[in-house]
Structures are given as structure tokens and as C-alpha cells.
Ligand binder design. Structure first.
Ligand code: BV8
Ligand code: ZN
Length: 251
């Protein structure tokens, strides 16, 4: 089917769906210059995901793990929300209903909501960040949060208890925050439509969020450059870059 027919079908689905939930992955930030996890030039090129983004890596070799996150933060410092992030922010601002769930830790959805809302965006336009935020640190011992700082010679320590700090993200093998996950599932179960954007849909439990919408009888629209395990469950699979497809789909 031609892309224009698909986009029209998808627009009709979005227009008539009272409740929409979106799940985004690294692909929505690719056009902002944020490396993805599994594409050719992806973040993992020198490491396997389970090797580096794990508690074991921080325990075994905190310096290397920290240097990788510090490098990712330096890359992020030069990135900005792209038209895909902004179209989603406008959509949820217009709908006035929460629905944006992201696997990304780059903070670009929040920045897009702030830019689109002008002042402090309402809760409805802010994302549920399933895997935390790389722009924050968390103390390994007392869980105090801190804004990220450039990595110095010494590993970052907690101001209150002296414990080692780590990026405030969910590493592989760590459980997600139960409340955050429950909020995402409850939105997905009640949604008439799930919009899945830029994810390879291989990491769980995040990849199960769209399944909750399908199991409750809702539809799925996928925006991706390639097929994923979710493609066969999609009512409409839009092949294209999120930064181009989302404004055409949502504005
Ligand atoms: C959990 C934060 C219970 C950190 C991330 C063995 C040992 C331990 C665990 C497991 C194991 N086997 C399985 C597991 C469970 C594991 C898992 O699912 N592993 C996968 C690899 C099989 N899950 C977990 O560990 C989770 N916790 O299960 O707890 C538990 C406890 C103990 C033991 C077992 C289970 C925690 C998972 C969270 C990990 N943290 N990120 C950090 O960022 O450093 S995951 C990370 O990868 C991202 O956050 C994201 O969620 C995930 C997937 O990446 P994507 O976002 O999908 O990106 P990807 O590059 O893969 O794909 C990009 C897509 O975009 C592509 O499809 C591409 O075509 C498309 N694209 C590219 N450009 C564009 C585009 N689309 C549109 N437009 C474009 N321009
Ligand atoms: Zn502490």
C-alpha cells in the first residue's frame, strides 16, 4: 500500500481514537543526533548491552562504565528535540491527556514539551520515563538524586552519605520502578490506540506496553524504518523517519 494511503488511514485511526498512548524508543531521537542502541552506528558498537549498561559493569569497572555515560552525556549536550518529539508534545498538549511513555533516557520529550507549552508544561504533556533519565545521578546507597556533572578524576560521590553515585537509569537486569511501570500499563490497557515509534521492541518489560493495548482490544500504529516483532500486530505500519512521519500523522 502506498505511503500516502497508509498515512491517511493512520490519521483517521488517530482522529477517532478517544484515548491514545505512545511508546517511543531510541529511533525517535536518532534525527536529533542521539545514537541508537542497535543500529549500525549505535551506542553499543564496542560493547554488548548486557556488558556495559549493567550493575555488574559498575561493580567490576566503575571507571569504564562511568566514562561511557559521561561520553553519552557529552553527545546529548549537543542534541535538541526534533520535529518528531515536538509533534508528539503538541499532540498530548492538545489532547490534555497523559499518554506518552518512553524507553529513552535522553530527556528530549520533556524538553520538547517545555518548548511547545511555553511555560511549565502540564503533567499530560510530560513523558513517563520507564528507564529513568541520564541527566540525573542517583546515590547507590541512599538513593539521593543529583543533577549530572561532568566526570572528574575521582568517581562521583553522594554529598549526603559519601556513597558512589550512578546515572539515574534502569540498567539491564534491574527492575523498573513498579509505580512507573504500573502507570504505563494502566494507560496502555485503557487506550484505544497505541502509537509505537522508533523501537526495536526487544527489551522487556517496556516492549509489553503496546501488547497491553492490543490485548484490551485496541489498535496499533507503528512508525519505524524497518520491521520489528510488533509489525505484524500493527493495524498500520508507517515506514519512514519519525521526524517526518509524526508531524504528517499528528498535526
Ligand atoms: C528487567 C537505560 C526484571 C540504560 C535501557 C539477561 C540478563 C538480564 C536481563 C535480561 C536477560 N535477558 C532478558 C532480560 C530482560 C532484559 C531484556 O529485555 N533484555 C533484552 C536485551 C533481551 N530487560 C531488563 O533487564 C529490564 N529489567 O527485566 O527486570 C529482571 C531482573 C533481573 C533479571 C532479569 C529480569 C531492564 C531493561 C532496561 C535496560 N535499560 N536503557 C541506558 O540507556 O544506558 S534499555 C535501552 O535499550 C533503551 O532504553 C531501550 O529501552 C532499549 C531498546 O532500545 P530501542 O529504544 O528499541 O532502540 P534500538 O536501537 O534497539 O532500536 C531503534 C529502533 O528505531 C530500530 O527499530 C530502528 O529501525 C528505529 N529507527 C532508527 N532511526 C529511526 C527509527 N525509527 C523511526 N525514525 C528514525 N529516524
Ligand atoms: Zn547517598
Amino acid at each position: 500500500m502506498s505511503a500516502s494511503v497508509d498515512i491517511e488511514r493512520a490519521r483517521r485511526l488517530v482522529g477517532k481514537a478517544p484515548r491514545v498512548v505512545a511508546l517511543t524508543g531510541a529511533g525517535i531521537s536518532a534525527e536529533s543526533g542521539v545514537p541508537t542502541f542497535r543500529d549500525a552506528g549505535g551506542l553499543w558498537r564496542n560493547y554488548r548491552p548486557e556488558e556495559l549498561a549493567t550493575p555488574q559493569a559498575f561493580a567490576r569497572d566503575p571507571r569504564t562504565a562511568w566514562e561511557w555515560y559521561d561520553w553519552r552525556r557529552s553527545v546529548l549536550a549537543g542534541c535538541a528535540p526534533n520535529p518528531g518529539h515536538r509533534a508528539l508534545a503538541r499532540f498530548f498538549l492538545r489532547r490534555g491527556a497523559a499518554g506518552l511513555v518512553t524507553q529513552n533516557v535522553d530527556g528530549l520529550h520533556t524538553r520538547a514539551a517545555v518548548e511547545e507549552a511555553g511555560e511549565g508544561p502540564p503533567e499530560a504533556a510530560l513523558p513517563i520515563e520507564l528507564h529513568g533519565a541520564v541527566g540525573r545521578d542517583r546515590c547507590n546507597r541512599c538513593e539521593t538524586r543529583f543533577p549530572a556533572e561532568p566526570l572528574g578524576d575521582a568517581l562521583p560521590r553522594c554529598d549526603s552519605c559519601g556513597g558512589l553515585r550512578r546515572p539515574d537509569v534502569v540498567l539491564f537486569g534491574e527492575s523498573l520502578d513498579g509505580e512507573v511501570l504500573a502507570r504505563a500499563y494502566s494507560l496502555a490497557e485503557r487506550a484505544d490506540l497505541c502509537l509505537v515509534v522508533g523501537t526495536s521492541a526487544v527489551v522487556y518489560p517496556a516492549a509489553a506496553v503496546p501488547l497491553a493495548t492490543l490485548e484490551a482490544g485496541g489498535s496499533l500504529i507503528e512508525v519505524n524504518l524497518e520491521d520489528t516483532p510488533l509489525t505484524r500486530s500493527a493495524t498500520v505500519a508507517l515506514r519512514g523517519a519519525a521526524g517526518e512521519v509524526l508531524p504528517a500523522l499528528l498535526d
